[in-house]
Write a protein that binds this ligand. Structure first.
Ligand code: AP5
Length: 217
């Protein structure tokens, strides 16, 4: 049960990955979350990543490869994993293939979430995140019980710096130029599963579960 969740910024990869991973007892590995932790903790990788993330670019491949390689060794990743936000360009896809091959593994499925640009921008601009526990909300689609406060740990919610309109534009451009070609790459490899990302969180979850039933995982 080794998955990649692919798709444009804000399509809902993280939202779907959390529930899907918990339901199947596999690890949810988000390179965006790992990089944000590194930035918060001021590690060397975080210091390198911070200005790049704030500008909507891609952090160097070697930095991300090392993080993912270490994370795959954790016990919770042994039964399987979802890579959310990795790979993000052809070099990373090749790095991943080699890294898995060295462990005698391969990807089973690449789920590609699809959504029109017009629907993406409101999802990103309405996103609020908990800087403490990482919970993700949306001001309209998935609001916290008390406005601006995390349901799980009572911390004040924040808006990600890269969710500002001008950075969203740059992230979309980076996605189109560098990441979107992976859809064809995995289609040719015969492991691509497209999933329509429009509709409510529950509707998308239903489509995802129908596309990858437990027995097929
Ligand atoms: P990362 O954190 O991976 O950002 P991303 O790919 O742009 O994806 P997002 O987290 O923005 O969106 P998502 O698809 O997970 O959507 P979500 O579920 O939150 O990366 C950030 C940065 O880190 C990158 O720009 C890059 O600089 C760097 N980075 C990361 N990985 C890297 C790599 N491999 N190589 C190099 N650099 C890397 O949903 C969005 C919002 O919509 C939420 O508010 C949610 O509540 C809401 N929502 C979700 N689903 C629905 C729905 N069905 N209906 C209504 N609202 C919904």
């Amino acid at each position: 049960m080794r998955f990649v969740f692919l798709g444009p910024p804000g399509v809902g990869k993280g939202t779907q990955a959390k529930g899907f991973a918990a339901q199947r007892g596999i690890a949810h590995i988000s390179t965006g979350d790992m990089l944000r932790d590194a930035v918060k903790n001021g590690t060397p990788a975080g210091l390198k990543a911070k200005p790049i993330m704030e500008a909507g670019g891609l952090v160097p491949d070697d930095v991300v490869l090392e993080m993912v390689g270490e994370r795959l060794e954790y016990e919770d990743a042994k039964p399987g994993f979802i890579l959310d936000g990795y790979p993000r360009n052809p070099k990373q896809a090749e790095d991943l293939r080699v890294m898995l091959e060295q462990r005698g593994l391969a990807l089973d499925h690449v789920v590609a979430f699809e959504l029109d640009v017009e629907a993406i921008v409101p999802r990103l601009s309405g996103r609020r995140s908990c800087p403490q526990c990482g919970a993700v909300y949306h001001v309209a689609a998935n609001p916290p019980k008390r406005a601006g406060v995390c349901d799980k740990c009572d911390t004040g919610l924040i808006q990600r710096k890269d969710d500002q309109p001008e950075v969203i534009r740059d992230r979309m451009k980076t996605y189109a130029e560098k990441t979107e070609p992976l859809i064809d790459y995995y289609r040719k490899a015969g492991i691509l599963i497209p999933v329509e990302g429009a509709g409510t969180v529950e509707e998308v979850r239903g489509r995802l579960e129908a596309a990858v039933p437990v027995e097929a995982a």
